[in-house]
Design a protein around this ligand. Structure first.
Ligand SMILES: [Zn+2]
Length: 430
C-alpha cells in the first residue's frame, strides 16, 4: 500500500543559485501555508488545499518548512573533542583529536558514537552528511549501519593515514587499499550510502598512499573523494616542506588524480587563483567550515573569490573543530566570516549552500536539497521564533529576507519541531 504523508507549513526552498549579496533572492521559492505531499518517501506535489483523509497529515501551520540541511564536512569520531581549549590545527590534532579517534577502534564505542552522532544531526535539522569516521574500518561500518537504520543519505569512507599520526592510527598502503575496497563493495550504492575515498589530509599520507587513493577513486563510478586543504598557515607551510616541488597544496591532490566532480575539499582558506581555477576545471567544490575556522583561528574563507572562479561552496560544521553540529550556527558564522572581510552575504545564500547548493555540489539534486518533485522528502520543520525576544523581532520584520535572516541568526535547536527522512518522522520535539 502506498504510504502518503502531507506536511503543512510555510514552504521555502530554491530553484537556482542566489548571488552572494542579492537580497531580492529571485531563486528562492516561498510558498506560505502550503501542503507538501509525499508518496512512499518521494515528493509528489505541493498545494494550498488540504489533501484528503487518506493522507497522514502533519499540520505545522505557521511554521517554516525547509529541506533538511546537508552538512558536507563533519567527523563522527570527534564528538568527544568539541570545545577543546587552547589549540590551533596541528597541535589540536595531536592533543585532542587523535586520542579521541583511537577509541573508535572499539566496535561497541563506534556503534554508540555513530548512533548518537546521527540522532544529534537529526535533532538539529540535518538529514544528509558527508562524514569522516576514523582510520578503523569498524568506524565506517558502524556509521553506515546507523545511517541505514535511519534511512539517511550519508557519504563516508575509511580515513587514510600512513604517516605523521600515532602508530595505532596509522595504516599502510596495502592494508588500506584492501580495507577500502572491501568497504566499497559492502556499502557504495547500498540504499542511501555512498563511499568517499578519504585521505585525512596530505601530510598524513605518503605519495604512495595518495596514488593508491587516486586509483581507488577511478576504480568505480560515483565514488566521492573528501579531504582537507589549506586550512591553516602552518599546515600549508608543512605541505610545502613535504612536497617542495609542488606548486601548491592543492596540486599535491591534483597530481594523484584526486580532484573530480565528486571531490569535497574542506576549508580551502589559503588557496590562490590558480588553485580555484583547478577546482573549477575539475568540478570539485569547497566545504566551507566557518565555525571551525573561527574556533581554531585558521583564517577567513574568501567566498567571493570562490564564487568569481565558479567554484561551488557548501557548508560543513566540522565538529570537533566546529563548536556544534548545528547548520544554523554554521550559517550564522558564515555570515560573520564574510562580514569580517566587509561583505554582507544574504540568508538566501547561506540557506542555499546548506540545501540545494550542497546537493548540486554533491551531484545529488535529484534526491535531496529542495522540494522538487521526485526528490526524497527529507524535511525539517522549524518554529520561526521561540521566546519573547525572537517573537518580537519577527513581529517587526519588514520583509521575508529580514525575517529569514533574523531566524538564521537567532534560532537554535529549540526551534526545531520535527525532522523527516524520506517521509518518515525521525525526530519530533517532545
Ligand atoms: Zn575536518
Amino acid at each position: 500500500m502506498t504510504r502518503r504523508i502531507a506536511i503543512r507549513g510555510d514552504l521555502l526552498d530554491f530553484t537556482g543559485e542566489p548571488a552572494l549579496a542579492d537580497v531580492a533572492g529571485g531563486d528562492a521559492r516561498f510558498r506560505p501555508d502550503h501542503w507538501l505531499l509525499a508518496e512512499d518517501g518521494r515528493i509528489v506535489g505541493v498545494q494550498p488545499e488540504a489533501p484528503g483523509e487518506d493522507w497522514e497529515r502533519h499540520d505545522h501551520a505557521g511554521r517554516l518548512v525547509l529541506p533538511g540541511f546537508v552538512d558536507t564536512h563533519v567527523h563522527s569520531g570527534q564528538l568527544d573533542v568539541i570545545g577543546a581549549w587552547g589549540s590551533a590545527l596541528l597541535d589540536w590534532l595531536e592533543r585532542h583529536t587523535f586520542p579521541a579517534e583511537l577509541r573508535m577502534a572499539d566496535p561497541a564505542h563506534a556503534a554508540m558514537v555513530s548512533a548518537m552522532f546521527l540522532d544529534a544531526l537529526l535533532a538539529t535539522g540535518t538529514t544528509a552528511a558527508s562524514v569522516f569516521p576514523t582510520v578503523h574500518p569498524v568506524s565506517v561500518d558502524a556509521l553506515f549501519e546507523a545511517a541505514e537504520a535511519r534511512g539517511m543519505r550519508v557519504i563516508a569512507g575509511k580515513v587514510l593515514m600512513d604517516r605523521h599520526a600515532p602508530e595505532a592510527l596509522r595504516d599502510d598502503v596495502v592494508n588500506a587499499e584492501a580495507q577500502s575496497r572491501e568497504l566499497i563493495e559492502r556499502w557504495h550504492g547500498r540504499g542511501r550510502c555512498a563511499y568517499a575515498v578519504t585521505p585525512r589530509f596530505a601530510p598524513t599520507s605518503t605519495d604512495a598512499q595518495l596514488a593508491m587513493a587516486g586509483r581507488l577513486l577511478a576504480s568505480r563510478p560515483g565514488l566521492y573523494m573528501q579531504t582537507h586543504v589549506a586550512e591553516n598557515r602552518d599546515e600549508v607551510r608543512w605541505v610545502h616542506e613535504l612536497w617542495p616541488d609542488a606548486r601548491s597544496y592543492l596540486e599535491v591532490y591534483a597530481r594523484h588524480g584526486l580532484l573530480g566532480e565528486r571531490s569535497i575539499l574542506a576549508h580551502g582558506i589559503w588557496l590562490d587563483e590558480e588553485d580555484r581555477a583547478a577546482l573549477h576545471a575539475a568540478g570539485a567544490h569547497v566545504a566551507h567550515c566557518p565555525s571551525s575556522n573561527l574556533f581554531l583561528g585558521s583564517g577567513l574563507f574568501d567566498w567571493a573569490a570562490a564564487e568569481a572562479a565558479g567554484v561551488a561552496v557548501s557548508l560543513g560544521c566540522d565538529v570537533g573543530g566546529g563548536t556544534g553540529l548545528s547548520m544554523l550556527r554554521t550559517m550564522a558564522d558564515a555570515y560573520k566570516v564574510q562580514a569580517m572581510a566587509g561583505r554582507r552575504i544574504t540568508a538566501w545564500k547561506c540557506l542555499h549552500a546548506a540545501t540545494l547548493g550542497a546537493a548540486r555540489a554533491l551531484r545529488l539534486e535529484g534526491e535531496i536539497g529542495s522540494f522538487a518533485l521526485g526528490t526524497l522528502a527529507d524535511v525539517a520543520v522549524w518554529d520561526w521564533a521561540v521566546g519573547p525576544v525572537a517573537t518580537r523581532r519577527h513581529a517587526v520584520a519588514h520583509d521575508l529576507h529580514d525575517r529569514l535572516f533574523a531566524w538564521m541568526t537567532m534560532a537554535d535547536e529549540r526551534n526545531l519541531a520535527a525532522t523527516f527522512v524520506a517521509g518518515h518522522c525521525r525526530y519530533a520535539r517532545t
